[in-house]
Design a protein around this ligand. Structure first.
Ligand SMILES: [Zn+2]
Length: 327
């Protein structure tokens, strides 16, 4: 009911804009699909098109930068999963802490994979949410800073003692010193201007600096199969839908060289997409159970690891982690 009121009050304030390919191609697109917000059921129908010249897919028309906040309610789930949790004292959690390094070595989900043996330096995380990753890296002697679109999440990260710009990347000002490592976990697809954003980050990077991103992979067969029920389509929040090829084009155009792509070894996207599909076909209860998996996925990630590993070999898990370097 709260969401309904939110929707009624705000829908009039959303402004849509039609945009052309950010790689500067002539405006000539194929319509790929039309879809809605399936995460919160907020109103509006959106179209995904594919540029005929370069193949980059984008959501258009789309909510403007000034009004897209409507689609990021305060309980937006990606923010909630990143709060820093204190380990509970006790024997079981003590054992868990001890086993952590071994478990980490055996199960490599590739979700936050970093270049090997980087000496600690200056790190920027774009889309740092409540600061859990900043906190983890600060614990490994990195000097960390963040940028976070959500005021509420940014406040939580600031409370941990880190320098965080509350607002979009577009309004963040130049840092005092350049960075050695720039991170964006599931953030590039949310940017209104990914080329401009990556160029800005390029200017803030030291020579030889690394850029590490994770994004959904729309080249996987599941995208073609599930279409508007594909979980990581996430309309209208996801403004771009990258493939390894189009991501490389966008990086190149922004002064970055793609070094490596790791297909993630988790099945969250496939499981939740199946949930949307079943809900769509009238199996609401079973569908919802599968949609909720991402919230409780940690255990399932371990159980399904062998299957996820197999899917990743063929680039079919629907998500990828990408390393790039200053050109
Ligand atoms: Zn294009």
């Amino acid at each position: 009911m709260g969401l309904g009121m939110h929707a009624n009050k705000m829908i009039d304030s959303i402004r849509l804009e039609d945009v052309s390919c950010p790689l500067g191609c002539p405006k000539d697109d194929d319509v790929v699909l039309a879809g809605r917000d399936l995460l919160y059921g907020l109103p509006g129908e959106f179209t995904v098109v594919k540029c005929r010249a370069c193949g980059l897919m984008r959501t258009t028309a789309r909510p403007t930068l000034q009004t897209i906040g409507f689609y990021y309610p305060d309980d937006y789930s990606p923010y909630l999963g990143t709060q820093v949790r204190q380990a509970k004292p006790g024997l079981i959690s003590g054992i868990k802490e001890l086993l952590k390094p071994f478990v980490k070595r055996f199960f490599n989900f590739n979700t936050q994979r970093l270049p090997y043996c980087l000496p600690p330096g200056r790190l920027l995380e774009v889309g740092c949410a409540s600061g859990a990753f900043l906190h983890q890296m600060a614990g490994q002697s990195w000097q960390v800073e963040g940028i976070e679109f959500s005021e509420k999440a940014a406040q939580a990260a600031k409370k941990l003692g880190y320098r965080v710009h509350a607002g979009p990347l577009e309004t963040a000002s130049r840092p005092d010193e350049p960075f050695d490592l720039i991170i964006g976990w599931m953030v590039l697809e949310h940017l209104h201007n990914p080329v401009g954003g990556l160029q800005k980050l390029r200017e803030w990077a030291k020579p030889g600096a690394w850029l590490v991103l994770s994004v959904p992979n729309a080249a996987s067969q599941s995208f073609l199969f599930f279409k508007n029920n594909w979980y990581d389509l996430h309309l209208p929040n996801h403004l771009y839908h990258f493939t390894p090829h189009t991501l490389e084009l966008v990086l190149e155009a922004s002064g970055w060289k793609l070094e490596k792509i790791y297909h993630q070894r988790i099945l969250v996207n496939l499981i939740a997409s199946t949930g949307y599909f079943l809900r769509d076909k009238g199996y609401a209860k079973l569908g919802q159970k599968l949609i909720d998996v991402p919230q409780q996925a940690v255990r399932w990630n371990y159980v399904l690891y062998p299957l996820a590993w197999l899917f990743s070999v063929f680039g079919q898990t629907g998500r990828m982690t990408v390393w790039a370097r200053v050109k």
